[in-house]
Design a protein. Sequence first.
Length: 384
Amino acid sequence: MLIAFGLAGCGSPGPTPSSAASSVASPAARNSASSSPSGQANTFAPTSVKPQPSPQTASTAVTAFYYAWYGTISNDGAWRHWNQNGHQPPGDIASQYYPQSGPYSSRDPAILAAQMADLRAARIGVIAVSWWGQGGWDDQTLPALFTAAAAAGIKISFHLEPYTGQTAASIAADIRYLLGRFGTSPALYRVARPTAADSSTAQRPVFYVFAPSRLPSADLKAAFGGLRGTADDSIVMIHSPKASSATHDGGDGVYTYDPVGSPDAFAALVADCRAANIICSPSVSPGFDNREAVSSGQQVVDRQNGARYDATWQAAVAAKPEWVSIVSFNEWHEGTEIEPAVDYSSGSRTYTGFEGAYGATGADAPGTYLRRTAYWVGIFTPGD
C-alpha cells in the first residue's frame, strides 16, 4: 500500500504451503528497536483482553482494508508479495511479522474461510479490497473472495489503488466494470446514504479511491458525476484528511488511511464532514513497520503492545463518525495487520509477533488484535 501523506510505502505486485489450521512454533525474541508514534510518549495504557467465547454480531459501520495479492508456489506456481524486496519465502518474507498460518495464498479456499471467520470474530462487517486494475492478479482473485465472503456474511467494498495510466475517466470505467461483474452478489456492500454529492436514497455500493490528489479535481468531479442517477451510481470515498477534498472531487465522503499520523485531527475532520453532509471514516491502525518491504522510505510506528491501536480507536470513537476504517486486516508489508501473527525464527530472520500485547501470552497472543478490535467495535456500535 502507498501512504500518500508524505510517505512512500510498498505496494507493487510481486511473484511452505499455507494452511488455515496450521500454527507456527519456534517462538522468537520480540524486536524492541522501534520508535514511538510521532516521537511522543504513550498516553494510553492498554488493558488486558481475554479470549471471547464466541463471535458477536459484525458491524457494517466498520470496514477493514484487505489485501488479496498474496501467492505461494504450492497454490499458485510462484510466490507473490511475500518475496517482495528480494526476500525468499517461506522462512524469509517481506514483513517484520510472520503470519500464524505461514505465508499463504489469497486464492486458497481454506485461508479465505479462516480469514472470514477472523473478521466475524473481530466484529468487522465489511472489507475494502485493494484493487489494482482490470485483469490483474487481485482482480482475478475476486470471484473466490466473493464466494467466501458471501458464505460468511461479510460484505465487500473496493479500494481503488493508483495504477499506471489511471485517469478520472478510467476510475469511473473501473467502477462500471466491477459492478458489471459483482453488482448482483449478495456479498457486495450497499448502503443508503444521501450526501451533498448525491441525494439518492437508494442503496449504493461503496468505493474508496486512494490518492486521488494525483488527478485533476475537475476531472474527478465530472467522472463521478457521470455515475449519478445511473445503474452504477455509487458512494465514492475520497482518501484525504480534509472534508473539502470530497467537495472538490465530487465524492460522498473521506477516509484518512494514514497509519503513521496522529489521530488528534479526527474530531475536527468529523465535524467538518458533518457540516458538509458527507460521510467521514477516520482510519485506525495498530502501528507501522515497512523495513522489510522497501529499501528506501523506511519508517516505524511502534505498536506499544496495543497502546497505539487503543489511541487511534479512542480518538475515533470520541469523534463520533458514521464509519470507522481499519488499516489493516492483512497488509503485512507495512506491519499494520491485525490478522494473527506469531513470534518466529528461521535462519537469520527473527519475526515479531503479538506476544505481550494487551497482556496476552502463549496461545492467546496471535489473535489479541482481533479480540481488541471486537472490544472497540462493541463500544463504537453498541447496538449492533
